[in-house]
Design a protein. Structure first.
Length: 214
């Protein structure tokens, strides 16, 4: 059990984030999550006692300072609708700045297939989806690349996980990860969450961008 460890979750009410919160609590972590709007979560009493919900804004340093106090790691699943201005790089920059002030090194985030790196080996379907995303949402693709640059220029022990098509559900399949080769065309939310939480104390993908799939 990990009862002594407190982790921060950004985007904890989103499609992936709520699974991350549940998975971390099931594994014994204490969780503090930042949300714009507080929503009730149906949890057993022993799990609810280890969850703290902070209402705030990931773009505000005061919200991030309250979120990160005493935490040992950050999992960022911040999401943004395609029709709105992308804020991934800006949020990540602010989180990293506040992490440095708070003495936190471990950062785990998620991105999509539009992030293209030298040496990548994507499936045909993955290449089609990647090109389509960059064509339909060029600002988002550019901001995702900027987000990676922000991470690379930081001192954090970061991992940025590249996701294929994400489907609703707990999953339970074996998760495959590879920093250069796409490992599957889809994955369930619950499996994404299990992988992200598993990386809190793992160093294999530190300062890398692994693909995951199932």
């Amino acid at each position: 059990m990990n009862q002594s460890k407190l982790i921060a979750v950004i985007g904890g009410t989103g499609s992936v984030g709520r699974y991350v919160v549940s998975c971390a609590l099931h594994q014994g972590y204490r969780v503090r999550m930042l949300v714009r709007n507080v929503r009730s979560m149906q949890l057993p009493p022993e799990m609810a006692a280890r969850l703290t919900v902070i209402q705030g804004d990931a773009m505000r340093f005061d919200s991030l300072r309250e979120l990160l106090q005493g935490c040992s790691a950050v999992i960022n699943t911040f999401g943004r609708p395609p029709q709105e201005q992308p804020l991934y790089s800006a949020v990540t920059r602010r989180v990293l700045e506040e992490m440095e002030r708070s003495g936190i090194r471990r950062y785990i985030g998620v991105t999509g297939l539009s992030l293209k790196l030298q040496g990548d080996h994507k499936s045909l379907g993955g290449r089609v989806v990647s090109r389509m995303l960059r064509s339909l949402h060029p600002q988002f693709a550019q901001d995702r690349m900027l987000e990676l640059s922000v991470l690379e220029n930081s001192a954090a022990d970061w991992t940025l996980v590249r996701l294929p098509v994400v489907k609703e559900g707990q999953g339970g399949c074996a998760i495959k990860a590879n920093p250069e080769r796409m490992t599957g065309n889809r994955i369930y939310n619950g499996d994404v969450a299990r992988f992200l939480v598993s990386q809190i104390d793992e160093a294999e993908y530190v300062r890398r961008c692994p693909f995951i799939g199932s």
